[in-house]
Design a protein around this ligand. Structure first.
Ligand code: MN
Length: 310
């Protein structure tokens, strides 16, 4: 009986237009501002919610921060080759949205896990996990998520543990999927904003901002345009704007699945930072240039999906 109800509710929700689903999710999340006891889709929180990549874990490899892969493992492999990725030495960090839109979501996840990559949770990863848990509970799998049948228990576990942010203190870098509200401490950010936001608007007087919901579409400006540190934020999610080379933030969803490019920011090993005369951790607000970050891109093999705003 419970399983049936659950299935009916989920089916009804799935029938709603996507815009309505997205709005409903953002409102639900807004209701849990003070106490975030679950993820935006109502799943258990990962532990930790906000992860840190320590200098010890880094060793002396470079860090390759990869944009939205969206089921394109062929391009990911080509990008890693172009970055001269060395397994066991270099660290790969994905900005999230490993799955959906492209044709090889499960393969993309397998490749990222095989190279020991860390992934910060994206909105598509979150919804994929929700659909998986629903499938296991209700027995019905949304056809759009058929690739979940190729997930191993370890793949699912990887998704359950995806943090909402990753700090890299040695380089003064923070990786999130969508963005952060300028001026709000990380621990006070809404998880829904971290994986969904694009624009912000000033709130009241002074330097306070709030993230704008996707719908209804309203004014405001891309959050990265007004963000001023201290960490350099590397993010994805906003493919329509492609590369966003802002002073204290770099957006690297360059629209691979849309037939454009897959991009990475390559950060030098800590020893190289020191030889460049940069203190580690860096002081003050961090620009990409000040820490020797390099942009590397490869072209998509083809266009897998038409331009949209997800
Ligand atoms: Mn996204």
């Amino acid at each position: 009986m419970g399983a049936n109800l659950c299935r009916i509710a989920q089916t009804a929700f799935n029938l709603l237009p996507r815009k309505v689903q997205s709005f409903a999710r953002s409102r639900l999340a807004a209701g849990t501002i003070s106490k975030q006891i679950a993820t935006p889709c109502g799943l258990p929180l990962p532990s930790p919610v906000h992860a840190t990549l320590t200098a010890e874990e880094l060793g002396d490899g470079q860090i390759i921060v990869v944009g939205d892969v969206h089921g394109c493992p062929v391009e990911l492999r080509a990008l890693l080759d172009k970055c001269k990725f060395q397994q066991g030495l270099d660290k790969v960090v994905c900005v999230g949205d490993l799955v959906n839109k492209g044709e090889q979501s499960a393969e993309a996840v397998h490749l990222v896990r095989q190279i020991g990559g860390i992934t910060v949770r994206g909105n598509h990863d979150e919804v994929a996990l929700e659909r998986y848990e629903m499938w296991k509970k209700c027995g019905r799998l949304d056809p759009k998520y058929h690739y979940l049948e190729q997930f191993s228990e370890e793949d699912v576990d990887y998704f359950r543990r995806m943090p909402f942010s990753l700090s890299i203190p040695s380089h003064g870098v923070l990786v999130v999927h969508a963005g952060i509200v300028p001026g709000t401490p990380l621990e006070d950010q809404l998880l829904d904003d971290l994986i969904n936001m694009r624009h912000v608007a000033a709130e009241g007087t002074g330097n306070r901002y709030k993230a704008l919901p996707k719908f209804p579409r309203s004014a405001g400006q891309p959050w990265a345009n007004i963000y001023n540190g201290p960490q350099h934020v590397i993010f994805g999610h906003h493919a329509r704007r492609r590369l966003q080379p802002c002073r204290f933030a770099t957006g690297i969803d360059t629209g691979c699945v849309l037939g454009d490019q897959l991009s990475a920011v390559v950060l030098p090993p800590v020893s190289k930072l020191r030889s460049m005369g940069v203190t580690s951790p860096p002081t003050g607000s961090v620009t990409l240039e000040s820490i020797g970050g390099q942009l590397v891109s490869v072209r998509a093999k083809r266009c897998y999906k038409k331009e949209d705003e997800d």
